[in-house]
Design a protein around this ligand. Structure first.
Ligand code: 5GP
Length: 258
């Protein structure tokens, strides 16, 4: 069998050449990194859960008309996607103060923001993905003004949809990161949603207990990472209930530990 060609390896995913021109295969790893890869680890089964959760969210976003790169899931760890030219900006959408926003501005974590805040980081590992303003994006032409408007419109729609989706299963969508790409069609290109949407790039808090159900469990050494990711998948209806596949939820994790 011919060995497939690797296009790119990131911290949590690998991209391989796809079966047809203009397609790629996105492979989800179990590797976890934090603080610009200064902290490294493995979360067993994370790749499988993120593949499934991201498939679910992208499919639902597609159903409400958000254009995206996802074509179909191929197996437990891989999905077929459209090849795009990634816009070198991480789009951070925030509903509640947490993480670097709290640190930077001295706002207590958990404070509801008076309006949704969109921030931008320049995608550059060597620089630690620095926060940038719209002015930098325009000045260095990382994307055009029209493209940025499309990105902002999509980010707000995605946030509204995901906030409702997660609220419906008792989860508060605190903040999340999005990436977008250019899809070329002849001489023209349009912006579509790319990358992944999973607990790796979202802050998800249980609405009642405030328990963290996302990568902050790894970043902050809280333990129970797999159980938290499983809990998100279970609440979204992506894991079978009961039986041998019974999901270990955070409550059982705590009981087991104590
Ligand atoms: P913060 O800036 O507070 O660290 O992160 C804000 C949100 O964006 C969090 O939900 C976090 O998970 C996500 N985020 C920011 N940068 C990255 C990144 O480089 N990778 C991933 N997976 N998520 C990120």
């Amino acid at each position: 069998m011919a060995r497939r060609r690797q296009i790119y390896e990131g911290k949590a995913k690998i991209l391989y050449e796809g079966p047809e021109p203009g397609t790629l295969i996105q492979y989800f790893k179990d590797d976890a990194t934090a603080f610009n890869a200064q902290k490294r680890g493995t979360i067993n089964g994370k790749g499988v859960l993120n593949n499934r959760i991201s498939e679910h969210v992208f499919t639902l976003l597609g159903n409400i008309g958000v254009p995206h790169h996802f074509i179909r899931r191929l197996n437990m760890r891989e999905q077929l996607i459209r090849q795009v030219e990634i816009v070198p900006i991480e789009v951070i959408v925030r509903n509640v103060a947490a993480g670097t926003l709290s640190k930077r501005l001295g706002i207590e974590e958990g404070t509801q923001l008076p309006r949704t805040l969109i921030e931008y980081c320049y995608k550059d590992d060597a620089l630690g993905d620095p926060l940038v303003a719209e002015e930098h994006i325009a000045c260095f032409n990382w994307c055009s003004q029209d493209e940025l408007h499309d990105i902002q419109d999509m980010a707000i729609r995605i946030n509204d949809f995901m906030s409702g989706m997660f609220a419906g299963v008792g989860i508060r969508l605190v903040d999340f990161k999005l990436e977008f790409g250019r899809l070329y069609e002849g001489d023209y290109s349009r912006i579509i949603l790319a990358d992944e949407i999973s607990p790796d790039g979202c802050r998800l808090w249980d609405m009642v207990s405030g328990e963290k159900l996302d990568k902050d469990r790894f970043r902050r050494d809280l333990g129970g990472e797999v159980e938290a990711y499983q809990e998100v998948a279970r609440r979204l209806g992506l894991l079978p209930e009961g039986g041998d596949n019974a999901v270990l939820d955070l409550e059982s994790h705590r009981k087991k530990k104590s």
